[in-house]
Write a protein that binds this ligand. Structure first.
Ligand SMILES: [Zn+2]
Ligand SMILES: [Zn+2]
Length: 355
């Protein structure tokens, strides 16, 4: 098959001919039709999140099952599917409880093994991890769902428990943040979006954010976003999401909350622990959650909103490119907030005579 491979961290990925993946007895091989280019792929490529080299990235995928292992009961070749970025083992106590997103033996295509910047990708424990695509959801829109959109959905609904009329603050308007804005607006929340990029804030406003606040790189700076949010919301947000993942945005997300508010940490903190204002967590009785994707079990509520048009992940798509341009798209993430112009999605052409 053809795949986009990098031989070292930061080395430009190249389109190459590689061996097809093998199909596990409990797994499937998916013919990739679309794959999102996500900041997590960039982190792996840069070496912030180590992977085995040479490596094929890509974890936001949608496609058609090319082959199903003999132990798979719920799926067969030809089914249109997507997968969460964190795939559970299907056997541990967490997977059996429907919480595959925290499975201690999880596999992540594009991180723990070869990913979806390829014509074929293997997924383990298919009965636990696959999600069927309704006919109304095309592959390019579906490719955004597995990581950024689903993560935002679970952060805002399961952890944030957002209700119509609540104030929702979103820190960082990249792919996850803009998804959170769209989801909050669809659920009737009043959304305040924060970012250092004016273009990202414009995009948030187009997606329905009621207010935008310039982000601050300096937590002690004069323009503290938490102060602006407290003024706009008359006392703070009910729910706040740090969609970026930095010491500054994480602390700001906690500080901008109303009493009894809920902070959801979605942005990865790959550099290690960060300080949070736990004094405020006590005094204001705040709730602090971490959110790590969303298990396949929890997709139906989101997929129903996508299928009937209440949520339109396709609006978050910017450029659609071919496999050959994946390396350049990864390198473009050296710039901050590249998603303001829309998420880049690789569309994988069906090769002649192939799957
Ligand atoms: Zn498990
Ligand atoms: Zn991702």
């Amino acid at each position: 098959m053809r795949a986009v491979v990098y031989s070292g961290y930061g080395v430009m990925p190249e389109l190459a001919q590689v061996a097809d993946p093998s199909c596990a007895a409990d797994g499937v091989v998916i013919a990739v039709r679309a794959s999102g280019v996500c900041r997590s792929d960039w982190h792996a490529w840069k070496g912030h999140d180590p992977v085995d080299l040479p490596h094929i990235g890509g974890h936001e995928l949608a496609g058609v099952i090319a082959q199903a292992g003999p132990q798979v009961t719920r799926w067969r070749a030809g089914d249109r599917v997507t997968v969460p970025f964190a795939c559970g083992c299907g056997q541990c106590e967490f997977c059996l409880a429907g919480e595959a997103q925290v499975c201690p033996r999880q596999t992540q295509p594009g991180f723990t093994g070869p990913g979806s910047f390829a014509e074929l990708v293997a997924v383990r424990a298919a009965d636990t991890n696959l999600v069927g695509l309704p006919d109304a959801v095309d592959f390019v829109a579906a490719a955004c769902l597995g990581c950024r959109f689903a993560t935002a959905f679970r952060a805002v609904t399961a952890h944030g428990r957002i209700r119509a009329g609540d104030w929702l603050a979103v820190h960082g308007c990249g792919g996850v943040g803009l998804s959170a804005v769209m989801i909050g607006v669809a659920l009737g929340a009043q959304v305040v979006a924060v970012d250092v990029s004016a273009a990202a804030l414009d995009r948030a406003r187009e997606l329905g954010a009621m207010f935008t606040v310039p982000g601050s790189a300096d937590p002690a700076g004069s323009a503290d976003p938490a102060v602006a949010i407290a003024e706009i919301t008359g006392g703070g947000a009910h729910v706040s999401v740090d969609a970026l993942g930095s010491p500054t945005t994480a602390a700001c997300s906690v500080r901008c909350l109303r009493r009894r508010g809920r902070h959801v940490q979605v942005g990865l903190l790959l550099a290690g622990p960060v300080p949070l204002p736990m004094d405020l967590v006590v005094a204001r009785e705040l709730e602090v959650y971490g959110s790590h994707g969303m298990a396949a079990r929890d997709y139906p509520a989101m997929m129903a909103m996508v299928a009937d048009g209440r949520l339109r992940p396709g609006l978050l798509t910017g450029r659609v490119i071919g496999l050959a341009d994946a390396g350049r798209a990864l390198a473009a993430m050296d710039a901050p907030s590249p998603d303001a112009a829309g998420m880049t999605v690789i569309s994988v052409a069906v090769s002649p005579g192939g799957v």
